[in-house]
Design a protein around this ligand. Structure first.
Ligand code: GLN
Length: 486
């Protein structure tokens, strides 16, 4: 059961081979065995989870089940969750119990899924290693001396360690894809606006996007079916017809044009990662895909542009809070804002303070044009690069991160080294494009490597098609970290 796909779990529940209460207990047991070592969850509440599981069992008995009914899902602790403590990895919110649910949580609740717990993360999602959490660093299940990536590292570690069959994350500059790569799991950042950000605590509102994390592309498709959809409470939510993201999973790859950006194979790329990506590209060609060289000439500027734009938006959020998004919930908004300010004296962690400083500086009079405005122009150039590239190819493939997981503490003192983790993932956020990462091999110290797939706007089904066909032909996504077997 711990290794089963979501379809298999759904079938087992329908055939009464297992109840949701038993399935939930199974993952809760595993979590209580492993969480002390891995620190993937900030909050677990077995009583609440099991009550939801019992309700799901009733629903299944009544013949009213949907695909995810009764399936436990771990949520990044950035999604406010009614009745659950929601900390965003921060001391600031250490006793904040949300009075309402984020849109994403509402969607999973309506589908009958079970909330398995709230996962650990970098404070306010600022980081690439899940080390900046007030609740302590998350350990990588493939080697506890290593980071799992971040900021959604609690969710990716939970999936890798089989503490949860499915999870959610958020991605502002790579926080779903980079930890998915470093933890050896699959994760997808949808097109900006596809998943509502209502109740998803803001980091940088023009970049933030929630998405699913799981063992396979097939599972991601099922989860995205639940998460995606219009929500009038998020002013950037896109109004479009619902899709079934599973619909192209079985399409053959023959004729698919896979763009390979030469800029993503330069100096900073570890040789072992490059080798795994080359092997994956060869596999895709074997499956009928055509390899097309493309150029993303401005992508080299993505990290500096991002580290102007994201801190600028973050510092605005943290000082004024996001009134637009919470406007329909004035009281709840005030509660949350109030919590920020009452506890403010106790201070944010060092990384959050650094971002506020950078953000305030680049927005200040006299520096705005030189930094913020210039970064916005670079953002446009990066988006234009993709417009040109997608005239030549259907999907873009390359490495998710330049290296495999690094040791806890190794980059903590050097913010620039830390920021360079997201060199390949940030361009998709700046352009608002969908992108995902899937396991494609192993590098140094037997640590996982991730394959990055970027699609044109709303081409999630096609990305999942490539990923699923690749996963049918390979077994990297089924590999499990050995050392943590109980
Ligand atoms: N690592 C990047 C940062 O620290 C991206 C984080 C994210 O996507 N939330 O800003």
């Amino acid at each position: 059961m711990l290794n089963a796909s979501l379809n298999e779990l759904s079938a087992a529940l329908a055939q009464k081979k297992i109840s949701s209460a038993e399935l939930t207990q199974l993952f809760l047991d595993r979590t209580s065995r492993l969480n002390g070592a891995l620190n993937a969850f900030i909050t677990v509440d077995a009583e609440k989870s099991l009550a939801q599981a019992l309700a799901a069992d009733e629903r299944i008995a009544k013949g009213d089940a949907k695909p995810l009914t009764g399936i436990p899902v771990a949520h990044k602790d950035i999604f406010v969750t009614k009745g659950w403590r929601t900390t965003c990895g921060s001391k600031m919110l250490s006793n904040f119990v949300s009075p309402y649910d984020a849109h994403v949580i509402e969607r999973f609740n309506a589908a009958g899924a079970v909330i398995l717990g709230k996962t650990n993360m970098d404070e306010f999602a600022m980081g690439s290693s899940s080390e900046t959490s007030f609740y302590g660093p998350v350990k990588n299940p493939w080697g506890p001396a290593y980071v799992p990536g971040g900021s959604s590292g609690g969710s990716t570690a939970a999936i890798a360690a089989r503490m949860a069959p499915a999870a959610t994350g958020t991605d502002t500059g790579g926080s779903i894809r980079q930890p998915a790569a470093l933890s050896g799991v699959s994760g997808l950042k949808p097109t900006y606006g596809l998943v509502s950000r209502y109740g998803m605590i803001a980091f940088a509102s023009s970049l933030d996007q929630g998405g699913p994390i799981a063992k396979s592309a097939e599972d991601l498709a099922l989860l995205l079916n639940v998460m995606a959809g219009f929500d009038e409470r998020d002013s950037t939510s896109v109004e479009r017809a619902a899709e079934d993201y599973r619909r192209e999973l079985d399409r053959p790859l023959a004729g698919l044009r896979v763009g390979v950006p030469k800029e993503h194979f330069g100096g900073g790329l570890a040789a072992e990662v490059g080798k795994a990506i080359e092997a994956a590209l060869a596999q895709l060609e074997k499956l009928g895909a055509k390899r097309v060289p493309v150029n993303l000439p401005s992508s080299g500027l993505s990290v500096p542009a991002y580290y102007v734009i994201a801190p600028a938006e973050a510092s605005s959020n943290l000082s004024r809070f996001d009134g637009v998004r919470y406007g329909h919930r004035a009281k709840e908004y005030r509660d949350l804002a109030d919590m920020y300010f009452r506890t403010r004296a106790e201070g944010f962690g060092a990384e959050v303070r650094r971002r506020i400083l950078i953000g305030t500086y680049v927005l200040s009079h006299g520096y705005y044009d030189a930094y913020y405005l210039k970064a916005q122009k670079i953002r446009r150039l990066i988006a234009d690069d993709f417009v040109a590239a997608f005239k030549q190819c259907d999907l873009i493939v390359g490495p998710t991160a330049p290296t495999v997981a690094f040791k806890i503490g190794a980059k903590a003192a050097d913010p620039v080294q830390m920021y360079l983790n997201d060199i390949y993932t940030i361009p998709a956020n700046l352009a608002g494009l969908p992108a995902m990462s899937i396991p494609c091999g192993f590098g140094k110290d037997d640590l996982p490597v991730g394959l990055h797939i970027v699609g044109n706007y709303f081409s999630e089904a096609r990305m999942l098609n490539l990923a699923h066909q690749y996963q049918k032909a390979t077994d990297w996504h089924q590999r499990e970290p050995g050392g943590i077997r109980p």
